[in-house]
Design a binder for this molecule. Structure first.
Ligand SMILES: *Cc1c(COP(=O)(O)O)cnc(C)c1O
Length: 371
C-alpha cells in the first residue's frame, strides 16, 4: 500500500494510515490521505497500465487498501463518457450505470473493503438515500451488519432499495444532518464502523476523475462540472486530477465547476465571499434531495480546491434542475434523478463551451417523480 499517512486539512496533525479516523481528533476538521507518489510512479508499469480498460480498480495503487484480496466489489466504475447529440464537445459521464445506480459505489467499494481489512463486523451510515443503498449493498456482499439512518423526505425508491438489501433502516424526522447525528450517537455507544463522507470514501470517488482523464486519452477537458452536496465527489475529483498531474499523467488540472441548488448553497456563498469557512444552511430546500446537505462534510476541502484552481461555483433553481432533467431525457435519451441533472443545469446556465464533462450522478429510476 502506498498510503503513508492521514493528515488533518487544517491543523496538519498526522495520523497512522492503519487507524480509523473520521475527523481530526485535535480540531475536528476533515482529514486527507497522503501517498508515496514516488513509489507509485516507479510501480506504474506504464505499458500494462495504459492497455487496461478504464475501470475503478485499474487505479488501485492510488487507494488506501493494503491487500487487494480484501476487496469487496460489484464491478463498479468503468461508466460511459457519452458525447451529447446536441452540443459539440459536451460529454456526459453516466454514473447511473454503477451497480446500485449512483457514483456512491466507487466510495463504498473502498470503504467496505477497508472495513473488511480492519476486521469490522458492523457498519452504520447516514444518507439522503443513494449512499445508504450503496453501503447496504456492499455490506450484504461482504456479510456485514448494516444500519442506515435517513430523513423521511428521502425518495421512496431509495428507501425501498435500502430495505431490500436487508439493512436495518431508520427514518429520521428532520434533515440529513439529523440522520448524521444519530450515527454519531451510535458510534459513542458501541464500536461501530461509520461509513459516509469520510476520507476513505473520497479516495474511492477519485475514480470518477481518473476515468474521465483516461477516457480522454490522458488529456484534460476544459471543464468538469459536478453537483455538490457534501462536496466529497467534488474534492475527490480535484484530488484525482492533482494526483495524475504529480504522476506525470496529466499536464494541467481542468477547471472544476461546483453546482449547488439555490435552496442549499453554503459552498457558493463561502467561495463568493472569499471565506475560509463554510456557514451551514439550517433548512436546505431543494427537490434535488441528494444534494440537500446544509453543512457539507468536505466543504473545506472543496473550498480550498476551488480557491487553488480558480474554479467556478454556481447555484441553480429547482426549476432549472427540472428543465435540465427534461432536456437530458427528451433530447439525449438519458434518464437521471433531479440531483443527476444538476451539473448539466449549471453548465447550461454558465453557457460553457469547449470540452465540457457533466457528471450525471444518479439514475432516473432512483427518483422518477415528475415534481
Ligand atoms: C451523493 C450524491 C450527490 C452529491 O455528492 P456529494 O459527494 O455529497 O457532494 C449528487 N448526486 C447524487 C445522485 C448523489 O447520490
Amino acid at each position: 500500500m502506498f498510503a503513508k499517512g492521514i493528515r488533518c486539512v487544517s491543523c496538519k496533525k498526522e495520523f497512522s494510515p492503519h487507524l480509523v479516523i473520521y475527523e481530526c481528533e485535535e480540531c475536528g476538521s476533515p482529514v486527507d490521505i497522503e501517498y508515496d507518489y514516488g513509489g507509485i510512479k516507479k510501480k506504474l508499469i506504464k505499458d500494462l497500465f495504459f492497455k487496461e480498460q478504464p475501470s475503478h480498480w485499474k487505479y488501485n495503487l492510488l487507494y488506501p487498501i493494503e491487500d487487494l484480496s480484501n476487496r469487496v466489489t460489484l464491478q463498479e466504475g468503468g461508466t460511459p463518457l457519452l458525447p451529447s447529440k446536441k452540443q459539440k464537445g459536451l460529454l456526459f459521464k453516466i454514473e447511473g450505470m454503477n451497480p446500485t445506480g449512483s457514483f456512491k459505489d466507487r466510495g463504498s467499494t473502498i470503504e467496505i473493503s477497508k472495513a473488511v481489512e480492519l476486521g469490522v463486523s458492523e457498519v452504520a451510515c447516514a444518507t439522503t438515500g443513494n449512499m445508504g443503498a450503496s453501503v447496504a449493498s456492499y455490506c450484504a456482499r461482504a456479510g456485514l451488519r448494516c444500519t442506515i439512518y435517513l430523513p423521511f423526505f428521502s425518495p421512496k425508491n431509495k428507501i425501498t432499495q435500502i430495505q431490500q438489501m436487508g439493512a436495518e433502516t431508520h427514518l429520521v424526522h428532520g434533515t440529513y444532518e439529523d440522520a448524521l447525528a444519530k450515527t454519531k450517537e451510535l458510534r459513542k455507544k458501541k464500536h461501530i464502523y461509520l461509513t459516509g463522507d469520510y476520507a476513505y470514501r473520497g479516495e474511492g470517488e477519485k475514480s470518477v476523475g481518473f476515468e474521465i482523464i483516461d477516457q480522454l486519452n490522458w488529456t484534460s477537458p476544459d471543464y468538469i462540472v459536478l453537483p455538490v452536496g457534501n462536496a466529497t465527489l467534488f474534492s475527490a475529483t480535484y484530488k484525482a486530477c492533482y494526483e495524475l498531474k504529480i504522476l506525470g499523467l496529466l499536464q494541467a488540472i481542468p477547471k472544476l465547476v461546483a453546482v449547488q441548488a439555490f435552496g442549499c448553497k453554503p459552498l457558493v456563498d463561502a467561495y463568493q465571499k472569499g471565506q475560509k469557512k463554510i456557514t451551514p444552511v439550517k433548512q436546505p430546500q431543494t427537490l434535488a434531495s441528494a444534494i440537500a446537505c446544509g453543512n457539507p462534510v468536505d466543504g473545506m476541502k472543496a473550498l480550498a480546491a476551488l480557491q487553488k484552481t480558480r474554479g467556478l461555483c454556481i447555484d441553480v433553481q429547482d426549476s432549472e434542475i427540472l428543465a435540465a432533467r427534461e432536456e437530458l431525457a427528451w433530447k439525449e435519451g438519458l434518464f437521471v434523478e433531479p440531483s443527476g441533472a444538476v451539473s448539466y443545469a449549471g453548465a447550461k446556465k454558465l453557457n460553457l463551451k469547449g470540452t465540457v464533462v457533466c457528471v450525471l450522478t444518479g439514475h432516473g429510476l432512483k427518483d422518477p417523480e415528475k415534481y
